[in-house]
Design a protein around this ligand. Structure first.
Ligand SMILES: Cc1ncc(COP(=O)(O)O)c(C=O)c1O
Length: 415
């Protein structure tokens, strides 16, 4: 029997914490989820009871225990992401790290050197490929928008025989909802290309990754699930992993080195081992595994239903508010975990409103995110350069959403 959302809520010590004398109403989980107590406990336990050198370097009993623990975390992440094997999991410090690694390791060829991006890619995905394009190593194409989602027909038109990789974020961090990974994977595969999906906004509120939907590679960040910062993973399908060229290299990535004909020849290790250079964040990986266990205890189906209910409640509250525009269609937004709102009333200043949320409410402040949300492609394509984003996780309540709506109405009445 699964535990209730109410029981899970008790696991977040920062919920309702006070800062500068005001109690926090946290509506910024798309940026980062408040941290789970069990994750902090596990990281501490791991550092104090297991903190030794990884088994790949040393071969004493502590090192073996460390390595066993690290591999167990890899297996846990593999099952969460729906990978066929733990060997398909590369530990990273998050999606930014994963996207940089994939971009710089990808086997582009002169005949296949085009990357097609959706218009809702986060800068974490856009910028690594933009850099390669600026250096003349690849050609970048960006699909158009259809309302506040990716225009899938438009995406399809850009994919051709020169396309090496298609990137489609699973759930947008600016316009919410979720994207059709299976359809994009189909389009990419029919052209002989691969599909990468960014699961940063999907993993916590849907559970799992884009791998079972046909993605060849996908990634998530642990801090967006309540695990420690600088944890996360990149899944790469076994066949593709074998073709990647290790990019971030160093200790632990190499099988052998020889010297002949005046140069060194380095043979890198296969699978994830060729990509995890240097001593790894083993305590973070252990805490990430515990985080996944803890959330599974409640179940991602229950988390999904709860978050969708909060989006629904917030949309209902916002429906009658004049002076702002909710971006996106209700049926799309219910598939996600966040809502972006654009000001329409003259004199509405987003920084001023943010100040009001932090300093203008009696005894409380509301944490939201304002600005471009590191989604510059989507801002350019949609024309919305500045939005107010409210985002939800398992610990939020309909009262949190209602409190925000009331604060918004109050601000509008003051300007
Ligand atoms: C959709 C999306 N992708 C990527 C990232 C980058 O994640 P990280 O900073 O954990 O690497 C974020 C973070 O906000 C995001 O929302």
């Amino acid at each position: 029997m699964k535990e209730s959302i109410a029981a899970l809520k008790k696991e977040f010590p920062m919920l309702g914490a006070s800062f500068t004398g005001r109690r926090m109403v946290y509506l910024d989980s798309a940026c980062t989820v408040l941290k789970l107590k069990c994750a902090a406990d596990e990281q501490r336990r791991h550092m104090l009871e297991l903190g030794g050198c990884g088994g790949k370097r040393s071969s004493h009993a502590l090192a073996a225990a460390m390595e066993e623990n690290f591999y167990a975390a890899r297996s846990r992440v593999a099952s969460f992401m729906g990978a066929e094997s733990p060997e398909e999991i590369i530990f990273t410090s998050g999606v930014t790290d994963a996207a940089n690694l994939l971009a710089n390791s990808f086997p582009f060829t002169p005949d296949r050197n085009e990357v097609v991006l959706s218009p809702v890619e986060h800068n974490a995905v856009f910028l690594p490929f933009e850099r390669l394009a600026a250096a003349g190593r690849i050609k970048l194409r960006v699909a158009p928008m259809d309302g506040f989602k990716t225009d899938m027909a438009g995406l399809g038109k850009l994919i051709g025989r020169r396309t090496a990789l298609v990137c489609l974020t699973h759930a947008s961090n600016i316009f919410g909802g979720s994207e059709d990974i299976a359809a994009a994977a189909d389009l990419a595969h029919k052209a002989g290309a691969c599909l990468f999906s960014d699961d940063a906004q999907y993993a916590a509120t849907h559970g799992g990754s884009a791998a079972p939907h046909g993605a060849d590679a996908c990634a998530f960040s642990g801090h967006k699930l309540g695990a420690p910062y600088c944890t996360g993973a990149l899944y790469v399908r076994r066949g593709l992993m074998a073709k990647l060229r290790p990019w971030r290299v160093g200790g632990g990535t190499m099988e052998d080195v020889s010297f002949s004909g005046g140069r060194y020849k380095v043979k890198y290790l296969g699978n994830y081992q060729g990509f995890e250079a240097g001593v790894q964040n083993a305590s973070g990986a252990a805490a990430l595994a515990v985080t996944l266990d803890r959330l599974e205890k409640c179940g991602f189906a229950a988390i999904r239903a709860h978050v969708s209910g909060l989006v629904d409640a917030a949309l209902t509250g916002l429906a009658g508010v004049k002076g702002v525009k909710v971006l996106g269609r209700r049926e799309d937004l219910l598939e996600g975990s966040l809502i972006s709102i654009a000001p329409e009333k003259k004199n509405f200043s987003v920084p001023d409103f943010n100040l009001f949320l932090n300093q203008g409410l009696k005894g409380r402040f509301i944490a939201v995110r304002t600005g471009r949300h590191c989604a510059d492609l989507a801002c350019l394509a949609s024309g919305y350069r500045e939005t107010i984003r409210i985002s939800f996780f398992a610990y939020n309540t309909a009262e949190d959403a209602a409190f925000f709506v009331e604060a918004l109405k109050k601000y509008l009445s003051l300007i």
